[in-house]
Design a binder for this molecule. Sequence first.
Ligand code: S3P
Length: 169
Amino acid sequence: MQTRCALVGLPGSGKTTVGRHLARRLELPFIDLDQRLEDVLGSSIRQYFEECGEESFRDREQALLAELAAQPGPVVLSTGGGAVLRAANRAVLRSSFAQVFYLRATPEDLWRRLRHDRTRPLLQVHDPLGRLRELHQARDPLYREAAHFVIETGRPSVHTLVNMVSMQL
Ligand code: S3P
């Protein structure tokens, strides 16, 4: 069986951590879209946002996602939290990956995990928890549209989350 799966969700939902563990468990290649983007852009995402703006970042993100989705073969892909913003990306995710998982978490849980993180450009604001609440409200329907499964992350361990995802594959 050829396993292809992608993880979507807000920043701090565990996409990269769960994706990496899942790939190791299933002995599959792991791709972190943000990491690949930083390699291609030659700068950190935060720096690229500051220098070129969010729209330009979204263009580059869309192009890379389309390129990766077109490559055949097994893969675990963790996406950036905003990859679902564009309808084209949601369609690519649903059609090109066998299974797409939305790692869902409350804004409060996300904030608990991200409060010391300074790498997320969208959270460099006066009220980051308020920002996470807005993002959650705006994007929850988009993640649901892109995904085949919703995994409520709450407080289970990474190990439990990996089990929950791999049971569906
Ligand atoms: C973004 C999330 C980030 C990164 C960029 C934009 C977003 O990825 O792609 O900063 O719009 O939510 P993570 O979800 O891995 O933090």
